[in-house]
Design a protein around this ligand. Structure first.
Ligand code: ATP
Ligand code: MG
Length: 563
């Protein structure tokens, strides 16, 4: 993508204004706060580009903070993958923090709230509490435990932490305002009991865990975050974010929360919970299944960090929710690869072509890696009497609009080679073509004078004895409907049953040597990208072994989803 002057997004405008006004002595500090309960997806990348991007642009720092307040769902596997993916995207964090680093401080803060009459232990069930919440226009109903004496609250909260109370039997609630028009102020839950699962870092040390609202703002404050950027669903939490900090802050410094629109993409889901379900139930091959919108899935599909970042840059940041068409993402990788990916011939649905008048052992032709760019190198292509071509490039009986091979006297060029004319074909009992016969014109070789002769079409081929057998995995959208999350019923019923096609293809022999260059840096395969002529962008899959080559199609050359 060209480096063009882009106008500032609305968060950059806020940051620039804050800098002009000398807020926080010109200090800019952001954080990226994932919960380690799944792998990062492309939605997170939008947040990452914002959080790290602001820090990079304004000489600030962006820390990585794992929001690990729910041991039931969190795991070190996710902590590791998140770091790996951020690094792969090309971003650098300042420090790594964990919300669990603050459990002690938060617990003390909760006790202070109780002492100040700002929190109480509620023994009602989750359902009862929900029923009493009221509606935005009707006030809620106070819990019968709301006015418990402070000493009793202290004793019960201690009992909760001591493991004396069963999960779900008690919660600690902030005592704020059951009539507040902002529902989040109606005595929000601060702490709940979780004894069923050890925490991935603190083990069995805690039996009570803070809720998001009682952890996030405090963590920002403890760390000195200046701009706490998140997505729009947190707008309604912002007053509570400010309220909790105001209760204990001992300086004028305040972190401020700003919100932008989430990324949603058509024909996929953007929720770790749903992705985990697909993985666990084997509906996809894993978090890194090339159909998944995860960072590791996109990487395996052949997306580069540059393409993903260019995509995020194109969609921008606003304050209204919307849906981005999947084709934008594909266009970003096409744009990224079009000048970079070396071209090779691969025949995805091969049929044999015999040149009946070709004499001798065969010959070696030279082809440019990228047409019209001799400076990007050339490769050798073996040519001989027997070749493979695409089945679809031959029709026994063709109408006048079919410009490829047919025994109708029409001339067709074999890419980088000779002009041929089909003469006939063999078929099996079912009528499938098994061999196509043609004659070639020895004076028409590309690169010679005769090579300038024009034909209506050019087709691809590989030579039978030197081509390589490979498996090609061709992908389509993961879901059948544009917005699976908006449909009634189970989202899993909306999966596209034809999202993966595996074909055995024939790839030109020149690829063999380029394959050997696959290297690993920090455990990440430095994958080899190719453009298979006419077929799209492909990448070598990690399932490849010494004897079995596997490719993923990253994207077709053009968008053919519209049909
Ligand atoms: P999910 O619902 O998939 O679990 P989440 O919002 O719960 O997503 P977190 O790990 O809590 O995931 O998110 C870390 C950061 O990434 C948050 O700041 C969140 O706002 C941001 N984020 C998550 N999903 C998106 C998205 N689709 N678009 C933009 N930002 C996102
Ligand atoms: Mg979450």
């Amino acid at each position: 993508m060209e480096t063009e002057e882009k106008s500032l997004n609305f968060i950059e405008q806020i940051v620039e204004k804050d800098l002009q006004e000398g807020k926080n002595n010109g200090r800019i500090q952001t954080r990226f706060p994932p919960e380690p309960n799944g792998y990062l997806h492309i939605g997170h990348v939008k947040a990452i580009c914002m959080d790290f991007g602001i820090a990079d642009k304004y000489n600030g720092v962006c820390n990585l903070r794992f929001d690990d307040t729910n041991p039931v769902k969190e795991d070190t596997e996710y902590v590791d993958s998140i770091q790996h993916d951020i690094a792969w995207l090309g971003f650098h964090w300042g420090k790594i923090f964990y919300a669990s680093d603050y459990f002690e401080k938060l617990y003390d803060l909760a006790i202070r709230f109780i002492r100040e009459g700002k929190a109480y232990v509620d023994e009602q069930t989750a359902e009862q509490i929900a029923e009493q919440k009221g509606t935005p226009t009707e006030p809620g109903v106070a819990s019968p435990f709301r006015d418990r004496p402070i000493e009793e609250n202290l004793r019960l909260f201690q009992a909760m932490q001591n493991g004396e109370i069963e999960d779900g039997k008690m919660v600690l609630r902030a005592k704020i305002d059951m009539a507040n028009p902002n529902m989040h102020f109606r005595d929000p839950i601060m702490y709940r009991i979780i004894t069923t699962h050890p925490h991935h870092r603190t083990g069995r040390r805690w039996n009570v865990y803070p809720m998001y609202d009682f952890a996030h703002g405090q963590s920002d404050y403890f760390e000195g975050v200046t701009h706490s950027i998140c997505t729009l669903e947190f707008v309604v939490h912002r007053p509570l974010y400010d309220y909790f900090i105001d209760q204990f802050a001992d300086s004028d410094y305040r972190p401020h929360q700003y919100e932008f629109n989430r990324l949603n993409i058509t024909y996929t889901v953007m929720s770790k919970r749903k992705m985990l379900q697909l993985v666990k139930e084997g509906l996809v091959a894993g978090w890194d299944d090339p159909r998944m919108p995860t960072v590791c899935g996109l990487r395996r599909r052949g997306y580069t960090p540059e393409a993903i970042r260019a995509f995020i840059n194109t969609i921008g940041y606003t304050k209204v929710e919307g849906m981005i068409d999947y084709t934008w993402l594909e266009n970003a990788i096409r744009e990224d690869q079009k000048e970079k990916a070396p071209r090779v011939c691969a025949i995805l649905d091969p049929v044999k072509l015999v040149l009946t008048n070709y004499e001798g052992e065969g010959e070696t032709l030279t082809a440019e890696n990228i047409d019209g760019h001799p400076e990007l190198g050339t490769r050798e292509m073996r040519f001989a009497k027997e070749l493979y071509i695409e089945r679809g490039d031959f029709l026994e009986e063709a109408d006048k609009n079919f410009f490829r091979l047919s025994p109708n006297g029409r001339e067709v060029r074999l890419k980088n080679a000779y002009i041929i004319q089909a003469t006939g074909c063999d078929k099996d009992a079912q009528g499938n073509v098994t061999t196509v016969y043609a004659t070639y014109d020895p004076t028409s070789k590309s690169g010679t004078e005769g090579g300038n002769r024009k034909t209506k079409s050019t087709i691809n081929w590989v030579e039978c004895t030197t081509c390589i057998d490979a498996e090609a995995r061709l992908y389509d959208r993961l879901f059948r409907v544009e917005n699976p999350s908006a449909e009634e019923g189970d989202f899993r019923d909306l999966l596209n049953p034809d999202s993966l096609h595996v074909v055995n293809c024939k790839v030109e022999g020149a690829l063999r040597s380029e394959m050997r260059d696959t290297t690993y840096v920090d455990g990440i395969a430095q994958v080899n990208h190719f453009q298979f002529l006419k077929q799209g962008y492909f990448v070598v899959d990690p399932d490849t072994t010494a004897s079995h080559l596997v490719f993923n199609r990253t994207a077709s050359l053009k968008d053919n989803w519209q049909k």
